[in-house]
Design a protein around this ligand. Structure first.
Ligand code: DSN
Length: 424
């Protein structure tokens, strides 16, 4: 067979792009060579619908071993009692959970997308907002922080069956204990979607949702630095707190309901090549090197946010507890999130435009940008480099219409990044 040079050339081009630029998209990271190697294997050929030891296909002995290792490592990493490592993504994990514990038309309460929440937490354009009845809580205008009294008030009024916490663009710690009290008060199940800060939570640098939340979902590719994918977890004693029943009226364990929510509920065959890569990534995340990494991720984000503020940028909530920050550009004049994203990409600096709480602009324009430290920390950058990253961003934004200046900055970025080798 002829090698598909067209596609391999494009893959090389993408690798060069990743090597040459400064990657600040908060949901991205650089998986290790062995994680990528595990994904590109013959495991992609195997159908394995079902769970280890209970498959609908023959020949699953090897993938069973791999999936069991992935499950054991995930449990050890997060201190979980039960996991399902099959969700293809975080969105799929959330879909499986909702299918397992809700009926169509049930009420859900989530963090507002325009304040930093996620599409799958009830947005009207997503299955979660179409199949279920969503309501939302947000941050306070003055502080940029969630007010839990307000969450309680909305929960008491709406009486959701599922209360969802977790975000895509919220830089502060979550009070899972308080949220559990609220959930108990209104008879809701509590779901934490920790897709973003999962790595920091796994290694104890942020509050542990498994102590309080009935169900926890995550992605495996953000701070966790694994392959693209999702996962569902249960903590101790959270087996079916409400005696949820199957459509046939049988009482089932929560873990079994969730397994069915994944397959056959929302997915067919699991991606065993990705599950192998998840196992490798979980193994890496249990190492001392990874512990040093997540500590540095947190330090780098904190230093970056301070530096942005010292240059007159408004960081929502006045800082960060995790790996990301949300910046309201309105303190810098007329520049929109879209302008900033477009100008920065010309200098090979990648961020994403992002709505800020109470944004006056549409999601296609936005007034803000989201910046994360996970990927640049993987490249070996430390506190001292964060100052320069912010200086470069500021220089681009202050010269956004000066193509010559931006070209100069791009050259500086490309030559600087050679000092932080990635895969080459
Ligand atoms: N798209 C992801 C993010 O950027 O945060 C969330 O799914």
């Amino acid at each position: 067979m002829l090698r598909d040079q067209t596609i391999f050339d494009l893959i090389q081009k993408e690798q060069d792009r990743q090597e040459d630029g400064i990657e600040l998209i908060a949901s991205e990271n650089f998986a290790s060579k062995q994680v990528i190697e595990a994904m590109g294997t013959v495991l992609t050929n195997k159908y394995a619908e079902g769970l280890p030891g209970k498959r609908y296909y023959g020949g699953c002995e090897v993938v069973d071993e791999i999936e069991n290792i992935a499950r054991d490592r995930a449990k050890e990493l997060f201190g979980a009692e039960w996991v399902n490592v099959q969700p293809h993504s975080g969105a799929q994990a959330n879909a499986a959970v909702m299918l397992a514990v809700l009926n169509a038309g049930d009420k859900i309460l989530g963090f507002d997308l325009s304040h930093g929440g996620h599409l799958t937490h009830g947005s009207s354009v997503n299955f979660s907002g179409k199949l279920y009845q969503p309501s939302f809580y947000g941050v306070e205008k003055e502080t940029g922080v969630i007010n839990y009294d307000n969450v309680e008030e909305i929960a008491k009024k709406e009486k959701p069956k599922l209360l969802i916490c977790g975000a895509s663009a919220y830089s502060r710690e979550w009070d899972y204990e308080r949220l559990r009290d609220i959930a108990d008060e209104v008879g809701a199940l509590l779901l934490a979607d920790i897709a973003h800060p999962a790595g920091l939570i796994a290694r104890g640098l942020l509050n542990d949702p498994l102590e309080y939340c009935h169900i926890v979902t995550t992605t495996t590719h953000k701070t966790l630095r694994g392959p693209r994918g999702g996962m569902i977890m249960l903590g101790e004693d959270f087996e079916n707190p409400f005696g949820l029943k199957t459509p046939k009226g049988e009482l089932r364990k929560m873990s079994s309901l969730l397994d069915s929510g994944v397959f056959p509920g929302t997915q067919g065959g699991p991606l065993e090549h990705v599950i192998a890569a998840k196992a490798v990534a979980f193994g890496e995340a249990l190492s001392d090197d990874y512990m040093d990494y997540v500590i540095q991720v947190k330090k780098n984000a904190s230093v970056m946010s301070q530096k942005f503020m010292s240059k007159g940028y408004q960081v929502i909530s006045g800082g960060t507890d995790n790996h990301l920050m949300l910046i309201d550009l309105r303190s810098k004049g007329e520049i929109t999130g879209r302008d900033a994203e477009d100008a920065l990409i010309k200098a090979d600096i990648t961020i994403n435009k992002n709505m800020v709480p109470f944004d006056s602009r549409s999601p296609f324009v936005t007034s803000g940008i989201r910046v994360g430290s996970a990927a640049i920390t993987t490249r070996g950058m430390k506190e001292s480099e964060m100052d320069k990253v912010v200086d470069l961003i500021d220089e681009v934004l202050m010269n956004k219409d000066n193509d010559n200046k931006i070209k100069e900055i791009k050259e500086e970025v490309n030559s600087w990044m050679k000092k932080f080798p990635l895969y080459k």
